[in-house]
Design a protein around this ligand. Sequence first.
Ligand code: CA
Length: 369
Amino acid sequence: MKRKEFLKKGAIVGIAGSVLATSCNTSEVSDVEAPNIITNKKYQWKMVTTWPPNFPVVGTGCNDLAKWIKTMSGGRLEIKVYGGNELVPPLQVFEAVSGGSVEMGHGASYYWTGIEPAFAFFTSIPFGMNAQQMNAWMEFGGGQELWEDTYKRFNILPFFAGNTGVQMGGWFNRKIESMDSWKGLKMRMPGLGGKVISEAGATAVLSPGSELYTNLERGVIDATEWIGPYHDYLMGFHNIAKYYYYPGWHEPGSVLEVIINKRDYEALPLDLQEIVRSACYRSNQRMLSEFEAKNNVYLKKIKAESDVEILSYPKEVMTGMKEIALRIYDELAQQDAQSAKVYESFRSFKNDITQWSQGAEKAFYNDIG
Ligand code: CA
């Protein structure tokens, strides 16, 4: 009895003590931070994007990001969003932010691999990691630090701010039944995925999104990848292609990035920096959730409204393509020091987390999901 009473008292004192300590700390912290927070200085930024204006999920997601930042900052940081070509061409977003003509951009690091090949690893690589694993690598596996290190000499600070989830394999008018099926196939496939299909005997074509439908319809290309059922449906590919393959081995979870000119970011008061960081986090989750929810709805629509056959790549093809991809990464690492450094971290994190994912996620999908 006595002991219980003592414990009760102790607990109460303990709680009160920690409350007191917390409130003391809080007031100390706010005194220190006050000069940074209480300021009426207003910032007006421009954000250029690689997407057409108001493009579903990614374009509209950038509009949301700007809106949240304005609200959270009480109007102290206002960001005007520009679609591709409204201020700069889509593929010059990185250079515009780097040079400082605009403060901020949204796109994907693999668009800029012409500048530095190591950038590929921060979006998605064939047979790489899914969204959940990329988030884990970025935040707890050293990915973010390596990304910052790779972008440093361009005066850019990167943030992960969106993810497509696992993409679909693509639309075909010829079946992929074995590794031989790639021979002579003309397919729109950008980035390292394009290198993999080229090594397998296909021709990787780089058609811009706006020309894909016509090119596939007229037989200029035999196949194209795009994103997932939601965006693919909006493009109308189910009206002109016979087969829809999965999974998107070439893009298992593409990270979308916010890039900010480092000097502009560092010129912000600390609270605005945290607001920007937090808004990017919210975008990261929200875009992934929107892709996930809508892909499901639109896959059903594709099935209901067309005769397209939805097929999985044969195991032999998946194994063959993976072998090629791993060979390409080894070659890349031999040629380029920064790629070697990033790939080493990427590969070891992936190999390690795969053991956990197989016991948890894979088992869930096999037996429960
Ligand atoms: Ca894609």
